[in-house]
Design a protein around this ligand. Structure first.
Ligand code: SAH
Ligand code: SF4
Ligand code: F3S
Length: 471
């Protein structure tokens, strides 16, 4: 057993990353058996779950959404905030009961939570009924761990990041839009954030492998790819070839895939060249998620974000100016230790200046082992909740304002599936990542279609498929 020590993990190895062909283990041992998977956290985890599904289906398992009939459960966990933990431990309570009824049930826990040494220890001591505990660096070993399963708890979690695996068998959730990892880990060490510990140092994939994956997805009929990384625009900084994100974007655009997106960009790594390439290529979508985190330069410094409030606004305006019609969303944390009312007012001021299309907002959650968790905090939860509420109201008002600008326009929408709104509606996204519920388009799933926008709400648009009539 190799449990991570966060302080050690912070130093991390200088070991050269190797690019390894994933040996996709195949077996019929679990033919006719079923698996249930639940994914918490970010897109990275969503895509990791597609890898986990590939591993399980190679062993013969088939997916079920019914917990009662399942033979194996995987919880792919997140550690970003404390409430992410609570959800997983809550779910484990349910699984304990299930295991009493079905003692052969195999329970696996993976993802970011077991990367924290305290969690791995809790699982060992308090949850002995969990069969397999794995981390973010050894997903590729899950197949062999399941094959060796013998009722004895197996914990294999590595604090030191591993190599970059290529040619994994994914079972993708969609046949229309696909995630493509361009890098793993993060080197930014924002002082509040657990990710550099749970995901390890930045490891970029080779550009030729990424391009090949996009070309293959295009051949399979995929319309859209989203390039994935915690800090995509730092792509290549760890490679010897001198490639950067701008070059990668340009080459992905050349594959001719119809829509390219990318998440997440760090303001510090955004270059003018990247902005030009986004502006110049029609198949790179005019949508950028650009986390602000705080509008106070003082707090940004304490967060280790490497930019000031003014630098953020300058970058924001430059992108708006150069990329026509771009939509920009953000992430904001309120209640960082000792955030004063003035600091918070500065965040509101930046929101008023930038008028974001949308934002994910969070109350700061101290994460064990991170530098910020050692700062003594004097601000009450009540104050933090009030700030979050005020911020959300402002953000939502701007979202609605932006969405209203779309009414009566015709937008290209990629239709992804049946809408939750019922009435035979389908849903999809504009180039700028606006969710649209569309009528008259039940037969257009997987297609890019023109949609006349008829109504706007804070979080979505309504529209009708435009039908061109020949004279
Ligand atoms: N790599 C991305 C996103 C990382 S996690 C980036 O840098 O933008 C997604 C978001 O969770 C972050 O942008 C941040 O707003 C939030 N977050 C991260 N750690 C947090 C913490 N300890 N408490 C509250 N929110 C946090
Ligand atoms: Fe966390 Fe900062 Fe890395 Fe994003 S850039 S994953 S917030 S350390
Ligand atoms: Fe959560 Fe890990 Fe993503 S901590 S946000 S699942 S990188």
């Amino acid at each position: 057993m190799n449990l991570p020590d966060l302080n050690q993990a912070r130093m991390r190895t200088d070991k050269k990353v190797e690019f390894i062909d994933a040996k996709n283990i195949k077996s019929d041992k679990f033919e006719n058996k079923k698996y249930f998977i639940r994914t918490y956290g970010c897109q990275m985890n969503v895509h990791d779950s597609e890898e986990i599904k590939g591993i399980l289906e190679n062993l013969g398992f088939k997916e079920t959404e019914n917990l009662v009939e399942t033979d194996l459960v995987v919880l792919n966990t997140c550690a970003i905030r404390e409430n992410a933990h609570d959800k997983v431990f809550g779910f484990l309570g349910r699984l304990k009961h299930l295991k009493k009824e079905n003692p052969d049930l195999i329970i696996c826990i993976g993802g970011c939570m077991p990367q924290e040494s305290s969690v791995a220890n809790i699982l060992k001591e308090k949850y002995p009924f969990v069969n397999i505990v794995f981390g973010t660096h050894n997903i590729n070993d899950l197949g062999s761990m399941i094959l060796k399963e013998s009722k004895k708890q197996q914990i294999e979690v590595y604090s030191i990041e591993g190599n970059v695996y290529e040619h994994m068998d994914y079972i993708r959730d969609s046949k229309i839009t696909a995630w493509v990892n361009i890098m793993y880990g993060c080197d930014k060490f924002c002082t509040y954030c657990i990710v550099p510990f749970t995901r390890g140092k930045q490891r970029s994939r080779k550009m030729e492998e990424i391009i090949k994956e996009v070309e293959d997805l295009k051949k399979e009929g995929y319309i859209e790819v989203t390039l994935l990384g915690q800090n995509v625009n730092a792509y290549g900084k760890d490679l010897e070839y001198g490639y950067d994100f701008a070059t990668l974007l340009e080459n992905v655009a050349k594959t001719g895939i119809q829509r390219i997106r990318f998440v997440t960009s760090h303001p510090w790594d955004f270059t003018d060249e990247m902005i030009d390439i986004i502006a110049k290529n029609d198949n790179i979508m005019p949508y950028i998620h650009l986390p602000l985190q705080s509008g106070s330069s003082k707090i940004l410094k304490l967060m280790g974000r490497r930019y000031t409030k003014d630098e953020y606004i300058t970058l924001y305006n430059k992108i708006k100016e150069k990329v026509p019609g771009v939509s920009i969303t953000t992430d904001i944390i309120v209640g960082f230790p000792n955030e004063t009312e003035e600091d918070f007012e500065e965040t509101l001021e930046v929101v008023n200046k930038c008028k974001f299309d949308g934002a994910f907002t969070f109350i700061y959650s101290p994460r064990e082992g991170t530098p910020a968790s050692k700062i003594k905090d004097s601000i009450s939860l009540e104050v933090k909740e009030k700030r979050l509420h005020k911020l959300n109201e402002l953000i939502n008002s701007y979202s609605l304002e932006h969405n209203k600008e779309y009414v009566d326009k015709i937008e290209e929408v990629l239709i992804l599936g049946a809408s939750e709104k019922g009435e035979n509606k389908v849903y999809g996204y504009t180039k700028t990542m606006k969710l649209v519920n569309v009528s008259n388009a039940q037969h257009d799933i997987g297609k890019l279609i023109p949609v006349h926008i008829t109504d706007a709400k804070s979080f979505s648009l309504d529209g009708e498929k435009v039908i061109f009539v020949k004279n």
